[in-house]
Design a protein around this ligand. Structure first.
Ligand code: ZN
Ligand code: ZN
Length: 294
């Protein structure tokens, strides 16, 4: 080709605007949902015939149905010898629709939790709005914030949403530390920031989908087996605490900046008479432990 700056393999197969444009008609969304229902019920990769699919969607006009089905072909629907099925992208879109990502605007009345702000001791208050679960106090100290999909929030109480948010935060940390973006599964890189912040911060940003994760560096220990085991040894379940209540997350004095071998930060986790000092490298991965008895 002449006159283009990009080589062909740098170009995506499909312009995202064109792909999403194909979803502009409500009937096409109904078709994707019907295919999703079919796949769930069939519990295998079997395709569905044209007539069966049309009946499922409930459209009598076969010409009109075919027109809209054809608009979905390629990106979201593929045609096999025995009928139609969702592509990988089509299946993702159906999940997003079912999760309410594009449609639900749910918000909940603020609720006081059985926890206090670690800065000012005012009660911690949870809210849910625009897919975000936020815990803060009356003085606007932000204690915790994480995304929760609208479907998970729709019928839940706010304390339940906070629990789900905590679970998702742990899962998000685990996946990020394994090197995968929690949103799109592309490779993601993380870093521990110790300069110009009050408390060291764990940060990761996905270059592919733009997902961003910013939290106290202590979050990296939530999924560490030795930290979990330390709590267990003393009869506590680490996962039953609110994240912002955990001393190794909120207390600045638990953090020590170090420069030893590959480590840049040490965090002390104390339970009863034991203190586990956990050293993190600049990507937030644990590189060393030491255990002390009081
Ligand atoms: Zn406060
Ligand atoms: Zn991503």
């Amino acid at each position: 080709m002449v006159g283009t700056e990009h080589s062909p393999d740098e170009e995506p197969d499909t312009d995202p605007a064109d792909a999403f444009g194909a979803l502009s008609d409500p009937l096409r969304i109904d078709i994707l949902r019907a295919l999703g229902d079919h796949h769930r019920e069939a519990a295998d990769e079997r395709a569905i015939g044209f007539a069966d699919l049309r009946r499922r969607v409930g459209v009598d006009d076969s010409g009109r149905f075919r027109y809209h089905l054809e608009r979905l072909r390629g990106n979201f629907v593929e045609k096999a010898s025995d009928g139609y099925r969702l592509t990988f992208a089509g299946a993702k879109i159906v999940v997003a629709i079912l999760m309410g990502t594009y449609t639900h605007a749910i918000s909940k009345e603020a609720v006081e939790l059985d926890s206090d702000c670690f800065v000012c001791d005012d009660p911690a208050v949870a809210t849910y709005e625009n897919g975000l679960c936020t815990v803060s106090c009356a003085n606007d100290h932000l204690l915790f914030r994480w995304q929760v999909p609208p479907t998970a929030a729709a019928t839940a109480t706010l304390p339940e949403i906070v629990d789900v948010a905590g679970l998702l935060a742990r899962q998000g940390m685990e996946r990020t530390l394994d090197g995968y973006c929690p949103e799109c599964y592309h490779a993601i890189e993380s870093a521990v920031i110790t300069e110009s912040v009050e408390t060291p911060v764990f940060r990761a940003q996905c270059e592919t989908c733009g997902a961003r994760l910013v939290c106290p560096a202590g979050y990296a220990l939530l999924v560490d087996s030795r930290v979990v085991a330390l709590y267990q040894r003393h009869g506590h379940d680490l996962h039953e605490y609110y994240l912002w209540d955990l001393p190794f997350i909120q207390e600045r004095e638990r953090y020590t900046l170090i420069e030893e071998r590959s480590a840049c930060l040490e965090i002390d986790v104390s339970v009863a008479s034991e203190t586990l000092s956990v050293a993190l490298d600049e990507t937030g991965h644990v590189v060393d432990y030491s255990l002390h008895e009081k």
